[in-house]
Design a protein around this ligand. Structure first.
Ligand code: DGJ
Length: 731
């Protein structure tokens, strides 16, 4: 059993293979205190870490210095309004206008397996894969019950947390929740830095480190989605962290809307880290006997550097978060027409692309934006989900059938959450856009966001998408979302519930995607948001892959994919070979390098195959073969970051080792060449030190320990932006 409760010391101990997480009930008030998180402990006799006996923090003696205690005790789930002046997790507003909440332990239950979170994405596990704990806490003055939910994935060094809040109705008919975060961990400062990811459009998930000190350091999105700019992930790292050494505490939020995560050292250098839905414009009215379920936080601890965290998250997401039947399958190699044609295409143009693509081994045509309504540019027609027959002469079914006749599958693009002011839908239902009455809402890409929290809007959106999907043999959907939320207002909500809109919106998106998967179970869904603005664990619950970035330049992608792959499996990273000069940065890179970089993700093409240079086109069959040779390994293997262009300014290198240890694929990308008399020695990771490995296509055989401790010789390619794949097999 991964979770135990010691009746006499009232200690909960959550164990995974290499980690322990310990908390306990304090005697006088029944506070739940956090004692320890880190390397595995054999015993649970650590309640001394609560330090409740150390004067002046002696809550059991009297009320005289209660605030001193509250302001430094390591709370498992700190609450607001009672004297813990640090960042806390739960705040309310009663009808009398008060905000205090004080939680004491009431009961708990431990069971095998894990329950689903209603309406929300969450990790899942069978009875032999994880153990769960629910600790019921309560505030009797408010009649409020708070259930802290934990699961320990024993084999994976993962602990998940979430929280459920219930208005028991014994004291208040309704209570307003003004802040409900999902997790908090208090610990002594180990000179921590906070690792987080930031960016903008076409520059998503760039890795950043900041020192944790007094004052809050963190990440936040108040954009209604997880966003290009910040990412719902933080990790505390000890000094000089590397891939293979140092301690890491990773926190990842399984949610696609507003979030915040902060670390803060207090006056005594105790570090508190919290994560959850951002309280920005959040108020949730909880009526009698109603419950509010907060989303899940995934926590990973590694005492062996970043790499162990990365591989743990990859395994967790591949096996316990992504549900799609495609998660264990090679995805069809697609060609997407966005960078090929943008809005200017016809049936004939798409078929010309498909004909050429099918000859070269490409397996699916994806028709991107521009096929519907009056959509000749991005200023109009979102919401008018009927086929533009001026472009698609013969209709959608004709096009799909013709593509199928070529032996290819067909995929389509939608942006279901949006409405253009210049659309039939808006002319008929201007009130369906999210807006503050009387105020002209701001446009972004000339569009508004649909108020999907209104049942009739959700139903209409569902009918529009599903009608199209039923009209032809469509096997893939790219679900896009190209603006962030502002001017928050819904005609569906009472004034005291407008603060629910951000979260209700995310729940509505989840509901739509759930329905899509239920009614079209064989559909391959790829999420997207102006590139990678909604690349988050929440979305992975619905789609096995997410478009990583609109920046398809192979060199820009190195940093974007480094950050993304640090916390997401390669199988989920949407990556395409595109044409040069690259449409985002104008850079020219070798076609081969573009292929090697896209191979680290889902792999596909996004170019006008009828127009690219002959020599590039001629390389496609070879790249198709490369994908079929290595994709099983890339999709299912263990990923290791070997070198980072972000750090060394010269080259990038990553490695995938098959789970059985028999295959190793190294990708080396030289960004800038420089004179070098010797080959570069690249130290591999994750090999068997006693085994020997043969480099495919040569007679070179190396031992595993030499490859890891001395390095694999890799000759400098001639020129910039050149890359190599090196495939080694166990002798
Ligand atoms: C943003 C996406 O990231 C692109 O790939 C493309 O689908 C455009 N939207 C279409 O408008």
């Amino acid at each position: 059993m991964g979770i135990t409760f010691n009746e006499s010391s009232k200690i909960f101990k959550l164990d995974t293979k290499n980690t322990s997480y310990v908390m306990g009930v304090e005697d006088s008030f029944g506070y739940l205190l956090h004692y320890y998180y880190g390397r595995k402990l054999r015993h649970d006799d650590v309640n001394y870490l609560g330090r409740t006996g150390e004067a002046p923090f002696t809550p059991d003696r009297n009320n005289r210095d209660k605030l001193s205690f509250l302001d430094c005790a390591p709370f498992e789930y700190p609450t607001g309004g009672i004297g813990d002046f640090r960042n806390h997790c739960l705040e309310v507003r009663t009808n009398a206008g008060h905000n205090a909440v004080e939680l004491g332990y009431r009961s708990h239950v431990i069971y095998s397996g894990k329950k689903a979170l209603p309406g929300l994405p969450a990790t899942f596990g069978k009875e032999n894969e994880c153990t769960s704990l629910e600790v019921v806490m309560a505030d009797d003055i408010l009649g409020l019950e708070v259930t802290l939910q934990y699961s320990a994935f024993e084999e994976l060094d993962v602990i998940t947390r979430s929280v459920k809040v219930k208005n028991l109705g014994t004291k208040e008919d309704s209570i307003y929740l003004t802040k409900v975060l999902s997790a908090c961990v208090d610990m002594d400062n180990k000179d921590f830095s906070l690792l987080s990811m930031h960016g903008s459009w076409a520059r998503e998930r760039k890795i950043q480190y900041r020192k944790v000190s007094q004052g809050r350091t963190g990440v936040v999105s108040e954009r209604g989605e997880s966003s290009h700019q910040d990412h719902p992930f933080v990790a505390l790292t000890t000094p000089n962290i590397t891939q293979t050494a140092g301690e890491v505490y990773g926190f990842h939020f399984v949610y696609s809307g507003n979030f915040e995560a902060y670390s803060e050292a207090n006056q005594f250098d105790l570090v508190r880290t919290v994560m959850g839905i951002s309280p920005y414009h959040f108020t949730w009215k909880l009526e009698k006997e109603e419950e509010f379920q907060a989303p899940e936080v995934v926590m990973v601890y590694s005492s062996e550097g970043l790499s162990h965290m990365t591989r743990t998250l990859h395994d967790l997401y591949r096996n316990h978060l992504i549900r799609s039947p495609f998660k264990d399958k090679k995805r069809p190699i697609l060609i997407n027409n966005w960078e090929a044609t943008y809005f200017e295409f016809t049936t004939e143009k798409l078929l010309a692309i498909a004909r050429e693509a099918s000859k070269l081994g490409i397996e699916m045509l994806v028709m991107d934006d521009g096929w519907f309504g009056n959509r000749f540019d991005d200023n109009r027609a979102l919401g008018d989900w009927f086929v533009n027959e001026e472009k698609l002469q013969g209709g959608l079914k004709y096009l799909v059938d013709e593509v199928n006749k070529l032996g290819m599958k067909f995929g389509i693009w939608f942006e279901p959450e949006m409405i253009s002011p210049d659309s039939d839908l808006y002319r008929e239902h201007p009130d369906w856009a999210i807006q503050v009455p009387g105020r002209t809402a701001g446009l972004c890409r000339c569009q508004y966001v649909l108020d999907l929290t209104r049942p009739e809007v959700l139903e209409h959106t569902w009918n529009s998408i599903s009608t199209i999907l039923r009209s032809a043999n469509i096997e893939y959907v790219k679900w896009d979302m190209n603006r962030q939320l502002a001017d928050l207002g819904s005609f569906n909500l009472d004034s005291d519930r407008q603060g629910e809109l951000y979260h209700r919106y995310v729940l509505a998106v989840y509901e739509l995607q759930e329905r899509l998967l239920r009614e079209f179970p064989d559909l391959l869904l790829e999420n997207c948001s102006g590139g990678g603005a909604r690349f988050d664990p929440g979305m992975l619950f619905y789609s096995p892959q997410i478009w990583c970035s609109d920046d398809t330049d192979a060199i820009e992608r190195l940093k974007i994919q480094e950050g993304t792959a640090m916390i997401y499996p390669l199988s989920s990273m949407g990556a395409h070979v595109s044409d040069c000069p690259n449409h985002t940065v104008g850079r020219v890179t070798p076609f081969e390098t573009r292929g090697h970089v896209a191979l680290a993700g889902t792999f596909g093409y996004e170019l006008d195959i009828t127009k690219i240079p002959e020599e590039d086109r001629n390389m496609i069959p070879e790249q198709v073969k490369m994908y079929h040779t290595y994709n099983d390994l890339v999709r299912t293997g263990d990923y290791y970051r070997i070198a980072s262009y972000r750090e060394n300014n010269e080259y990038d290198c990553w490695e995938v080792v098959s789970k059985d240890g028999k295959e190793v694929l190294v990708t080396f990308v030289q960004v800038l060449n420089r004179p070098n008399y010797h080959s570069r020695l690249i130290k591999l990771q994750g090999l068997n030190p006693d085994a020997r490995y043969r480099v495919q296509g040569s007679d070179k055989v190396y031992s595993g320990d030499a490859l890891m401790y001395a390095g694999l010789p890799v000759e400098n390619p001639w020129g910039d932006f050149k890359s190599k794949l090196i495939y080694l097999v166990l002798e």
